[in-house]
Write a protein that binds this ligand. Structure first.
Ligand code: GDP
Length: 195
């Protein structure tokens, strides 16, 4: 997709603040520091619209970006912080559950994982959570530039098996450094919002 406009709309702390202009929405989920903000910036070809290294503790805000007046990206808080208190985890879980179960415009979730490593328990749980809600998922394995191309297939297999990836969901090799996979991710987004 040719991105003509990409604008930050709101950092919503409660559902009443979520945009209501009925555009299809794609949410992005991933372990904190996995490269989610970089991926958003890479997809929309902006250097700094999505802030990289978002702060831990901001567990309840969803950042909405409107793209081409045609769709939203909803950047949900990263999961898998090592040291957060239980209460923070519970707040994250509640916010995600409300969002995933009630957001009518949500068409798919891009779940970002690290191509170099097997999925963590948190990655697995997140993916299974999305499947529980029946949400189409694009798994994007990022930081591909950090391993040689010859290793990609082997690593993809580990991710596919580790998440128990379901038929119909795609798994795409990505790099925010090189732009590898950008067109593939956009094709999947376009297909899913037109369904
Ligand atoms: P977030 O917390 O998931 O939003 O992660 P960020 O986008 O802030 O990325 C975390 C770190 O990984 C930063 O230092 C990025 O520069 C780096 N990073 C993210 N994506 C890539 C990538 O595709 N390749 C490489 N080499 N580094 C990346």
């Amino acid at each position: 997709m040719l991105v003509k406009t990409a604008e930050f709309v709101i950092s919503a702390v409660k559902p009443a603040q979520y945009p209501e202009d009925a555009l299809p929405e794609i949410a992005l989920a991933g372990r904190s520091n996995v490269g989610k903000s970089s991926l958003i910036n890479c997809l929309i070809r902006r250097k700094n619209l999505a802030r990289t290294s978002s702060k831990p503790g901001k567990t309840q805000t969803i950042n909405f970006y409107r793209i081409n007046e045609a769709l939203y990206f909803a950047d949900v808080p990263g999961y898998g912080f090592a040291k957060v208190p239980k209460s923070v985890r519970a707040a994250w879980g509640k916010m995600m559950e409300t969002y995933l179960s009630k957001r009518d415009w949500l068409k798919a979730v891009i779940q970002v994982v690290d191509l170099r490593h097997p999925p963590t328990n948190d990655d697995y749980n997140m993916y299974q959570y999305l499947k529980h809600y029946g949400i189409p998922t694009i798994v994007v394995a990022t930081k591909a530039d950090k391993i040689s191309r010859g290793q990609w297939q082997k690593h993809l297999k580990v991710i596919r098996e580790g998440l128990e990836l379901q038929k119909g969901d795609s798994l795409i090799v990505f790099s925010s450094e090189t732009g590898q996979g950008r067109d593939d991710v956009w094709s999947e987004i376009t297909r899913l919002i037109e369904e």
